[in-house]
Design a binder for this molecule. Structure first.
Ligand code: KIV
Ligand code: ZN
Length: 510
């Protein structure tokens, strides 16, 4: 059975899409989780894009132990130098170099002739190779490129030292049959292709990103580029969890598998969703809340009689926690740790202490604590974020108490008390609603000018005593920050979310 490499670009192609940005500590937390998930390559970012991107790629290169760490670079010396500086301290560094090869991109974007592009590929691949042994070359918009020209472009890249050639369907235009045929064509027409990895990178504009990637694997691709939850430019990239589980479940058809530790899939998906504040659709394959829920009576009966009647995958294999009632008010720390470990969370003593304190508080408010509650408590563990912030420059704020006054025909006044490092601050403000006035009070006492851009609250579990999870997106000086908070009181959850967004703003020294 062939083993296909998984190249995860959540932190590059995923992160560059609107509403999915992450700060440094969040990127490190996610990169470590991707390493645990067993991806072969992490594309950590685009080092030249900004000093912050450079710093993130470098920090990730120093934080992961098993996988290759890549930085993207355009085909010019400055980009390549920056990519190399950022990844060179990784155990296994890679430079990922790209240039467009379709006529429309060459003419209107690059303003280069075919000959100039071929020359640049040779020169810049050789330049990158003089720095790093592991070189990936991508022909941007490959699927809309002239095939013979594309084959020549890859031939040049391999001759100059590329060890992986990547075939992107940049605008998500191709069909599975076309992508499969393209891979077969390239296998026949690119000189030296038998000695390198053939990668595919499919966007999802027509909803065919995963199908296109799988068709390429069937045709002989040895690496697939994808993102957790399918996040990415426009309609996103091919989703990692769908590709991995399609290969695992249909090994018989694809005769290929990956080395992904599938029990880490669910946790990786939840972690990303929590960090970027983008919920997972209930019907999302593999990780959606309904992916393993059997509603229709006839299905339920079938599953009870023999699970294989309606279930093609075992949710345990993906790490989906059992929804059963798990712990109660009298459960101790030992039981909590055991339960969290069974759910795939490795936590140190300090984190356990923090989660246990919040667990006890929650157990006083809620009769039963389910695995979804525990998941929320663990994912909203601000200690983990703080520990992973390599050089946290700003103060850390925490909500101490609050009171809001709301109703029709009365002024909407809020009082908020905050602990900022060791100082206690408090303020009162009036606004259009209870949250508007509370957010104004927070801005005023912390001296920030944050603007609320987006806000949502949802119930984490069923039932009237469910935990509410609030997510806020705030902007300041053109930068966006996502904050989240949980509580059985949605006003409290919202204030925690707002303050966690401001902590991220402070973390970046703003
Ligand atoms: O979609 C694309 O073509 C890309 C390349 C830079 C690989 O993201
Ligand atoms: Zn892309």
């Amino acid at each position: 059975m062939r083993q296909v490499k998984i190249f995860d670009t959540t932190l590059r192609d995923g992160e560059q899409s609107p509403g999915c940005s992450m700060n440094l500590s969040e990127k490190i937390i996610l990169a470590r989780q991707l390493d645990k998930l067993g991806v072969d390559i992490i594309e950590a970012g685009f080092a030249i894009a900004s000093p912050m991107d450079f710093k993130s790629v470098q920090a990730i290169a120093n934080s992961v132990t098993n996988c290759v760490v890549a930085s993207l670079a355009r085909a010019n010396k400055m980009d390549i130098d920056s990519a190399w500086e950022a990844v060179k301290s990784a155990k296994k560094p890679r430079i990922h170099l790209f240039i467009a090869t379709s006529d429309v991109h060459m003419k209107y974007k690059l303003r280069m002739t075919r000959e100039q592009v071929l020359e640049t590929i040779t020169e810049m691949t050789a330049y990158a190779k003089s720095k790093c042994a592991d070189i990936e070359f991508s022909a941007e918009d490959a699927s809309r490129s002239d095939r013979a020209f594309l084959a020549q472009a890859f031939t040049n890249a391999i001759a100059a030292g590329a060890t992986t050639i990547n075939v992107p369907d940049t605008v998500g235009y191709s069909t599975p049959q076309e992508m499969g045929e393209l891979i077969s064509y390239l296998r026949e027409h690119v000189e030296g292709i038998e000695g390198v990895d053939i990668s595919v990178h499919c966007h999802n504009d027509l909803g065919m990103g995963v199908a296109n990637s799988l068709a390429c694997v069937k045709a002989g691709a040895t690496q697939v580029e994808c993102t957790i939850n399918g996040i990415g430019e426009r309609a996103g990239n091919a989703s990692l969890e769908e590709i991995v589980m399609a290969l695992r479940t249909r090994k018989d058809f694809y005769d290929a598998d990956t080395k992904i530790e599938t029990r880490q899939i669910y946790k990786s998906s939840k972690l990303l969703s929590n960090i970027i504040g983008v919920p997972i659709s209930p019907t999302k394959p593999i990780v959606g809340a309904n992916a393993f829920a059997h509603e229709a009576g006839i299905h339920q009966h079938g599953v009870i009689t023999n699970v294989q009647t309606y279930e093609i995958m075992n949710p345990d294999e993906i790490g989906v926690p059992h929804r059963a009632l798990v712990l109660g008010k009298h459960s101790g720390k030992h039981a909590l740790r055991e339960r969290l470990e069974a759910m795939g969370y490795e936590i140190n003593d300090e984190e356990l202490e923090d989660i246990f304190t919040r667990f006890k508080k929650l157990a006083d408010q809620k009769k039963t604590i389910t695995s979804s509650d525990l998941e929320a408590l663990t994912l909203h563990n601000s200690k983990v974020v703080q520990e992973n912030a390599p050089d946290n420059v700003g103060p850390v704020c925490q909500l101490v108490s609050h009171a809001v006054n709301s109703g029709s025909g009365v002024p909407k006044i809020s009082y908020v008390k905050i602990k900022r490092d060791e100082d206690i601050l408090e303020d009162i403000a009036i606004g259009a609603g209870p949250l508007d006035s509370a957010f104004k009070a927070i801005n005023h006492m912390l001296g920030v000018n944050a603007r609320l851009e987006d806000f949502s609250v949802r119930a984490v579990t069923d039932g009237e005593d469910s935990i509410g999870e609030a997510v806020v997106k705030i902007s300041s000086d053109g930068e966006m920050y996502t904050g989240s908070g949980i509580s059985t009181d949605i006003i409290e959850a919202s204030l925690q979310a707002y303050i966690s967004g401001i902590n991220k703003l402070f973390e970046e020294g703003k």
